[in-house]
Design a protein around this ligand. Structure first.
Ligand code: NAD
Length: 286
């Protein structure tokens, strides 16, 4: 039997609609409109597209967006000064510095300079720590989108064996923690994992975030598993996922396509995070 496709485009639209409704009701009750400031340093073409998509999403849901475009040669000091100003601006609820930054700027220093309560990317060590300890926090957008996609299948995560392929700080590790928070039994696999297909094929939920085109074929799949493909690679000018969709769909129960799976969810969850930051419900440390 062929897997059911998890439609990330449709699900992300539902999330955007619900954020839009909440923004409208905040505005009707005289509360401030959520505001997101995105800082782009340099001219990386992919970053420019990502920032444009974020701006469009803000416009669609009624969030105030402000894009600060800085020259490649901007100093770390200047960038830190801008972040400090934004931290102290009540109209700015979310601050996102588009990564990667030019090599002369220390990424960690920049992320740590953002107020944790405005860190809508969920990359600040305080938000990462809170995710680890299970406290309320701003969760990183892509893993948050992954959890939404899994939940949209209607399958209860509790007690399921989830295997995450990839242990990056921004995708694999937080996705594993969020699955754990949802009561899955979690295995994290990576480049040094021995016999990856047999580890993966024990998964009821398989999240693949390796960045290796078509790494996963049907030999990695337990019959009926939920398969979430996070990977984005460009192969012969086309976008390709980490999962060989055609082969895997014959064994999986549910599968995300690439494009149209995890990708659109990341922007939608950024809007959710900005709304959450604006509501000020996260316990603030600064
Ligand atoms: P990364 O390179 O930082 O991490 C990749 C991880 O996969 C590493 O931990 C590595 O150990 C593991 N890995 C690599 N090759 C492997 C292999 N052959 N076998 C087992 N493990 C292997 O990448 P990342 O930032 O975590 O992103 C992963 C992929 O997800 C990339 O393709 C990226 O473009 C994509 N991505 C998509 C979105 C989205 O919104 N759709 C967001 C973030 C990342």
């Amino acid at each position: 039997m062929s897997a059911r496709i998890i439609d990330g485009k449709a699900l992300s639209q539902k999330i955007l609609d619900s954020v839009k409704q909440e923004v409208e009701s905040l505005s009707k009750s005289g509360k401030p409109i959520p505001g997101l400031t995105v800082i782009l340093v340099g001219k990386d073409p992919a970053s420019k597209i990502y920032v444009r998509n974020k701006e469009r999403a803000c416009q669609a849901v009624g969030i105030d967006s402000n894009i600060i475009t800085l020259e490649e040669k901007t100093s770390e000091e200047e960038l830190l000064y801008i972040i400090d100003t934004l931290n102290n601006d009540d109209k700015v609820h979310g601050i996102l510095v588009q990564l990667p930054l030019p090599p002369h700027i220390n990424e960690c220093k920049v992320i740590e300079a953002i107020s944790p309560s405005k860190d809508v990317d969920g990359f600040h060590p305080i938000n990462r720590g809170r995710l680890l300890t299970g406290e309320d926090c701003l969760e990183p957008c892509t893993p948050k989108g992954i959890i939404h996609l899994i939940k949209s299948t209607g399958v209860d995560i509790t007690g399921k064996h989830a295997v995450v392929i990839g242990r990056s700080n921004n995708v694999g590790k937080p996705a594993a923690l969020m699955l754990l928070r949802n009561n899955a039994t979690v295995t994290v696999a990576h480049t040094r994992t021995l016999d990856l297909p047999s580890v993966a094929s024990t998964a009821d939920i398989l999240v693949v975030a390796a960045g290796r085109s078509h790494l996963v074929d049907e030999t990695f799949i337990k019959e009926g598993a939920i398969v979430i493909d996070v990977g984005i690679s460009r192969v012969d000018g086309r976008i390709s996922g980490d999962v060989d969709f055609e082969k895997v769909k014959e064994r999986a129960g549910f599968i995300t396509p690439v494009p149209g799976g995890v990708g659109p969810m990341t922007v939608a969850t950024l809007m959710e995070n900005t709304l959450k930051a604006a509501k000020g419900t996260i316990c603030k440390t600064s």
